[in-house]
Design a protein around this ligand. Structure first.
Ligand SMILES: NC(=O)c1ccc[n+]([C@@H]2O[C@H](COP(=O)([O-])OP(=O)(O)OC[C@H]3O[C@@H](n4cnc5c(N)ncnc54)[C@H](O)[C@@H]3O)[C@@H](O)[C@H]2O)c1
Length: 463
């Protein structure tokens, strides 16, 4: 007999909670239903409640109010900001909910350990949003590596190439710019990479060292005469890649090209608009839907304003944090960092994170005694290529997911997995995954300590 839909409560109806995970319930109402929400931002709370049919009495302004209520469902999604994860997640488990917790599980190592302890004590499942594990791309990569086709693996190069606009948006002007207020960059950006490396390789580091700093987004690199805000007469408005109106207005066709299918007009038109706006303007006389190419209200514009109209974006650029010159912000997280790891197997692994990439993508290169694997995973699609040394056999896999599905399909697949686990999951198996997530976080903290203390760290430091 089919299970009834699970009942879920959402803590934090922001970009991730409301827009990345909750759509699963709208697509699969037979599997999951949101019955309550806690969100201080009234517009977000109301929009979410309207979408999911949540009655007024189950709309809360703050998570303690929701969790003090008698238990309303089986699972709680905790999707608040990095520094607000531990308390609601622990309170939710103590109130009887299984928990889906955004990464980083916490921005302090001891709190990450505390979370596991409470999961064990209460026997509540604790799922950490390591969404990459659930993508067709990394699942295929793991399958290939585990099949042995590469032979003995001796060297791995993993790169997290954050695009220049993403760096400027999130890590210079935005929510993750300051280490004390959010997380160290290597934790925020790369706890996923540590997790993926351990999981794909079925291996684990024994020693690591790390280097990196904030090199570019500093006041000494400000172009002569650059004002504090881009719109206050910046002399390099025409050439600066970080010029806020360029990112939030000029790149609208690019954002549209990522979201096009959801809006029902073809992707090629958005791509063409970016290079040849005149052609699309002319065509829109015959195909009115093309007018929509100049309109967009998804991420990252939705971070600047609720329901972001061009007028609201203009105001946000004049007055809000996202209109600041990137060389005059209060950011302190690094813009590049490398981590070198020696693995249990003897293989060495290098992990690079930087925020000045032209495109947004991750790359992986794995060298083995019998073959090589090269992979790209990004907004433009994903693929894996395997070359076998002896036979020159080459196999190519297209691992792209639907563009509408965030993180290469990982967000919604994680939700499907969550529902399966809450219905029938084995606690010990799930707890082993939570332990793996803890390890990836502890490795990120160790890398940060290594960078700050100029030290090689060995396993005792994080185990
Ligand atoms: N898994 C991933 O790959 C991934 C990707 C991006 C972000 N994240 C993480 O997801 C988390 C959320 O990011 P986001 O972009 O959705 O942020 P967001 O700011 O859009 O959403 C957080 C929401 O929490 C709400 N909130 C604040 N205080 C609250 C309280 N007391 N009770 C209930 N709600 C409260 C805020 O009003 C906001 O709407 C962050 O920790 C971030 O690092 C994970």
């Amino acid at each position: 007999m089919a299970n009834k839909p699970l009942k879920a409560v959402l803590i934090g109806a922001g970009e991730r909670g409301a827009k990345s995970y909750a759509p699963f319930a709208l697509r699969h109402p037979d599997r999951l239903q949101f019955v309550a929400v806690a969100e201080p931002n009234a517009a977000r709370r109301e929009a979410f409640s309207l979408q999911h049919g949540i009655p007024r009495e189950l709309q809360f302004e703050d998570w303690p109010q929701l969790l003090e209520h008698e238990q309303l469902g089986e699972v709680a999604l905790v999707c608040t900001q990095d520094w607000q994860h531990t308390r609601p997640a622990i309170a939710a488990m103590r109130a009887g909910y299984h928990v889906l917790l955004e990464k980083p599980m916490a921005n302090v190592a001891q709190e990450c350990r505390d979370l596991l302890q409470v999961s064990r004590e209460t026997q509540r499942q604790l799922h950490i949003c390591h969404v990459l594990r659930y993508t067709p791309h990394f699942q295929k990569m793991r399958e290939l590596v585990q099949s042995g086709v590469l032979g003995q693996i001796v060297n791995v190069d993993q790169r997290e190439n954050a695009a220049f606009w993403h760096m400027a948006h999130s890590f210079v002007r935005g929510n993750w710019r300051n280490k004390e207020q959010s997380s160290p960059m290597i934790l925020a950006k790369c706890c996923h990479d540590f997790d993926i490396l351990n999981w794909v390789l079925d291996d684990s580091p024994v020693r690591l060292s790390s280097f990196g700093e904030l090199s570019h987004f500093k006041v000494e690199n400000a172009p002569p005469g650059a004002p504090l805000r881009c719109l206050d007469g910046c002399p390099v408005a025409e050439t600066c890649p970080f010029y806020a109106p360029f990112i939030y207005q000029g790149m609208v066709p690019f954002w549209n090209s990522l979201a096009d299918t959801a809006r029902g007009f073809p992707r090629w038109a958005a791509a063409t608009y970016a290079t040849n706006p005149g052609l699309i303007r002319a065509l829109s006389g015959f195909v009115p839907v093309l007018h929509q190419l100049t309109r967009y209200d998804g991420w990252p514009l939705s971070v600047l304003a609720e329901d972001p109209t061009p007028e609201k974006i203009d105001l946000a650029l004049r007055e809000g944090p996202y209109g600041r010159c990137v060389y005059h912000c209060d950011n302190d997280v690094v813009d590049h960092q490398v981590v070198l790891m020696q693995m249990e197997s003897g293989a060495d692994v290098s992990l690079t994170m930087h925020g000045l990439s032209h495109n947004e993508y991750r790359t992986t290169r794995i060298e083995g005694s019998h073959g090589r694997l090269m992979a790209e995973f990004g907004t433009g699609g994903s693929r894996i290529v395997v070359d076998e040394h002896r036979t020159d056999w080459r196999m190519e896999y297209d691992t792209s997911a639907d563009l509408r599905d965030g993180h290469g399909g990982g967000d919604l697949r994680l939700m499907a997995y969550l529902v399966d686990c809450v219905n029938d999951g084995d606690f010990e198996e799930i707890y082993a995954d939570t332990q793996a997530a803890l390890k990836s976080h502890l490795l990120a903290f160790a890398a940060e300590d290594s960078r700050l203390e100029s030290r090689v760290m060995s396993r005792e430091h994080w185990e």
